[in-house]
Design a protein around this ligand. Sequence first.
Ligand SMILES: [Zn+2]
Length: 259
Amino acid sequence: MPEGDTVWQTARRLAVLSGQQLTATDFRLPSLATVDLGGRTVLETVSRGKHLLTRIEGGATLHSHLKMEGRWDVQAAGARWRRPAHEARVVLHTASHDAIGFSVVLDLVATDDEETLVGHLGPDLLGPDWDPEEAVRRIAAAPDVPVGQALLDQRNLAGVGNVYRAELCFIAGLDPHRPVAEVPDLPRLVARAHALLVANRDRPDRITTGDRRPGRKLWVYRRRGPCLRCGTPIVVDELGPLGQERTVWWCPRCQPALP
Ligand SMILES: [Zn+2]
């Protein structure tokens, strides 16, 4: 599940292209099928929450989002692909590397118009301008919203996905349905979100428990059976605004509904 840490790692992988000229580009989706960026130089790729912005000479930005299954592979030019060709949405070729976007969602916009795609996002947990006070202010502005929903809302803070929202609620001892107004220490919750993403941005595996053993890396996300801490069966439910519900896992004993 791509979350802010995965996207940050992807931006770093794509940084191999920075400063290199595109020898050819191959867009494999109808809306961009006629686009050819060959001959232009890649300037940089930055992450903003779960979004990737690849800036290209001439004032163009290739915006990509990994959604649930997407990934970018960056590999030696001509090397064999690790995913099926029909999943490729774009291929960027340079003299030395191929970058293949598999199952990514793409837009091409003027670099000056990037804000139309990412301007709604709250402070970026892994951005150079991370602003915890602003994230707290945005979350607190909707006190009736369940905290598990507020953490996932990229307009509040950018980078938390379904894994981290479940894990953060566990670590903070909060039933994810508890309204924001009933969270005892919102600044601490936001600080934990930042610390978790920073701790995981350089790791191949996502770990929230501090335990690297298989099956013990995460507290509650996708856990069936007993809570790692207290042994109570983990509960599963859907949580989110109507039509955008996502699965959430929690321990009813470690994460009480009321303070
Ligand atoms: Zn428990």
